[in-house]
Design a protein around this ligand. Structure first.
Ligand code: FES
Ligand SMILES: [Fe+2]
Length: 376
């Protein structure tokens, strides 16, 4: 059957099965989540040596901890003896070492095998050879990013480069000093939708006028359907009577000290493929990390970050949290409404993108190139 021609102002989306097929999800795990830099944990959540978090990165479980000397370290969460998962909790604190709960092989916080029952009777065993498998780790914006690739891609190009591409330079994001901010609020959303629907939704603002009344009140230009990330360097301007990036437009907090005059009263949104969204406003930063767990399930962890003195003073951050919490809830509900239709025969060849969404086509091209060509 031939596909009818598409109207010139429309572009095709990906076909529906890209959002439902477990085999495509498996390929994404291998070629995207396990191959690129993946934003895993907020560094400050590992507040002292032995504090750990475990996160799912593609098909692997990764253990991230802090060494005796305070360095963040990442390992595959797999005991080198017979493969038991070393840490089963999502977070915790060990006193000195990591001990496998199965036969008690024990690793120090640098991953070195330091003890095992009867190990002294096996003098031929080279302990360095049976240490935990290390995973590459970089810190940026106060988060630990890990990469499972044997040869990780350039962090500067693939991660920091996304901010440069969007804002025009690195200084623009550095002025928010995200790594020095404090966590005011964290909300975790368990979204029953494919991760790509969440990315696509974040990339466009065609839906803003329909589903985001509070956001378009604060950022009136969003009602036109043009996302802030449509133009390089452009930040959406707060409306005339709006005092701050809050649910009712009321006053926020003081401008972060180095945010420039031309960044004041503006909102910038950055997508760092594959799983991170960053929103910059004068008095706080909102950072989303996605954890794609299945073709139809994605956990999104959203952090609201403020100047340390704002959090230390116990200031009421609820008005600014509420604005983007509503946006998140509205967006994720839309994604969940879309997910079941991805398997419908009505969407077998996909849908269409209107001109204000055409840049999503670049994301689709990127995705299919990662997967090694078309899978239609
Ligand atoms: S599997 Fe870990 S000690 Fe045996
Ligand atoms: Fe939205």
């Amino acid at each position: 059957m031939t596909t009818p021609p598409i109207a010139p102002s429309l572009m095709a989306t990906l076909p529906g099965h890209y959002y439902t097929d477990p085999e495509i999800f498996r390929q994404e795990q291998e070629h995207i989540f396990e191959s690129m830099w993946f934003c895993a944990v907020r560094s400050a959540d590992l507040d002292k040596p032995g504090a750990f978090r475990t996160v799912q990165v593609g098909r692997e479980n990764v253990l991230i901890t802090r060494s005796r000397t305070g360095e963040p370290r990442a390992f595959l969460n797999v005991c080198r003896h017979r493969g038991a998962r070393l840490c089963t909790e999502e977070s915790g604190q060990v006193r000195r070492n990591l001990q496998c709960p199965y036969h008690a092989w024990t690793y120090d916080l640098d991953g070195k095998l330091i003890a095992a029952p009867n190990l002294v009777q096996m003098p031929d065993v080279d302990r360095t050879q049976y240490g935990l498998v290390k995973v590459a780790l970089r810190e940026w914006l106060g988060y630990a990013w890990v990469c499972l690739a044997e040869e990780p891609p350039s962090f500067e190009e693939t991660v920091i480069g996304a901010a440069v591409e969007r804002l025009g330079d690195t200084a623009s994001i550095e002025r928010y000093h995200t790594q020095d901010l404090a966590l005011g609020k964290r909300i975790s959303y368990d979204v029953k939708a494919n991760w790509k629907l969440i990315v696509e939704n974040f990339m466009e603002c065609y839906h803003c006028a329909t589903i985001h009344p509070e956001l378009t009140d604060v950022l009136p230009e969003f009602a036109d359907g043009y996302a802030a990330q449509y133009y390089v360097g452009h930040g959406a301007e707060f409306g005339d009577g709006v005092k701050g990036f809050t649910v009712d437009g009321s006053e926020g907090f003081g401008r972060l000290p180095q945010v420039a005059d031309d960044q004041d009263r503006r909102y910038y949104a950055i997508t760092v493929k594959p799983t991170v969204f960053i929103n910059l406003v004068p008095d706080h930063v909102i950072l989303h990390r996605m954890f794609p767990l299945a073709e139809d399930r994605t956990v999104v962890e959203c952090d609201w970050l403020y100047a340390p003195e704002v959090v230390a003073a116990g200031a009421d951050v609820s008005k600014s949290v509420e604005l983007f919490h509503r946006v998140n809830a509205q967006d994720f509900q839309a994604c969940e409404r879309t997910q079941p239709a991805m398997g419908s025969r009505a969407y077998r060849r996909g849908g269409v993108l209107v001109p204000t969404e055409h840049h999503i086509g670049i994301f689709h091209e990127w995705l299919t190139s990662k997967l090694g060509g078309a899978h239609a």
